[in-house]
Design a protein around this ligand. Structure first.
Ligand SMILES: NC(=O)c1ccc[n+]([C@@H]2O[C@H](COP(=O)([O-])OP(=O)(O)OC[C@H]3O[C@@H](n4cnc5c(N)ncnc54)[C@H](OP(=O)(O)O)[C@@H]3O)[C@@H](O)[C@H]2O)c1
Length: 219
């Protein structure tokens, strides 16, 4: 059974991913830090793995990841703690997870990033500008590794139920996308090793998720 280690496993995307993976017969391991989420994660079918990106070092996280086949990074400070926390989680946290995955011998690494056009044309705070800059540099960091990476850039995330239909592409117009469908797209990428070393933009759309992701596979 394929093991998928999810950094940010109790997050809104992370827990949807854990649940969908468990339903497909994978073993999701969910890194989380709030003990109150333990039972919820188990109920979703995940193996809860306790640890914080603020405390773990490469060797410790690598030890937790060892034995997993795929790593997914879907953690984020979510605007809490200002720029410093965004830098620590979305930025250095990603670098930590990449280094730990490499040390654990995990080749396949998926990153949930952000759509570059997010909130363009709107008045945004310095904190948001910093968030976008950190997200981009996280993409750069992963893209410069020799891992089998995929960077997924969803539009604005919605909690409305998934439709099972999306639009994906190397460059698509900006839009929204339910978190359920982001998780579904991650599952489809995990199922398709030929979708590799590519940055995928994702919004809601008209194409079944699997079919849409399959179009991005290398021949
Ligand atoms: N909101 C949007 O419209 C949007 C659009 C595109 C992309 N994104 C990105 O998509 C990703 C997933 O979004 P989401 O809605 O699932 O976010 P979320 O619900 O805030 O999940 C982020 C997870 O990261 C975890 N985390 C934070 N600090 C941590 C630490 N020190 N150690 C371990 N885990 C930590 C959080 O745990 P705690 O609950 O314990 O803090 C949380 O479970 C994020 O990276 C976000 O930036 C968001």
């Amino acid at each position: 059974m394929k093991k998928v280690f999810i950094v940010g496993g109790a997050g809104k995307v992370g827990r949807r991913l854990a649940h969908q993976l468990a339903e497909r017969g994978y073993q999701p391991l969910a890194l989380y830090r709030n003990p109150e989420q333990t039972e919820e994660l188990k109920a979703l079918g995940a193996t809860p793995v306790s640890g914080s990106l603020l405390e773990l070092e490469v060797a410790g996280l690598s030890q937790l990841m060892t034995g997993s086949d795929v790593a997914v990074f879907s953690a984020g400070a979510g605007g809490k703690g200002g720029m410093e926390m965004t830098n620590a989680i979305d930025g250095r946290g990603l670098e930590l997870a990449v280094a730990a995955a490499r040390q654990a011998g995990i080749k396949r690494f998926l990153l949930v990033s952000a759509f570059p056009e997010s909130f363009r044309g709107k008045e945004v705070s310095g904190t948001f500008e910093n968030y976008m800059a950190v997200k981009k540099l996280a993409d750069v960091h992963l893209a410069e590794t020799d891992l089998d990476w995929v960077i997924l850039r969803p539009g604005t995330l919605l909690d409305s139920p998934g439709t099972g239909k999306v639009r994906t592409g190397l460059a698509i117009p900006y839009g929204d996308v339910p978190r359920d469908d982001v998780a579904a797209a991650l599952v489809e990428v995990i199922e398709r090793p030929a979708v590799n070393r590519v940055i995928i933009e994702l919004t809601q759309g008209d194409t079944p998720v699997g079919e849409s992701v399959q179009r991005l596979a290398h021949a």
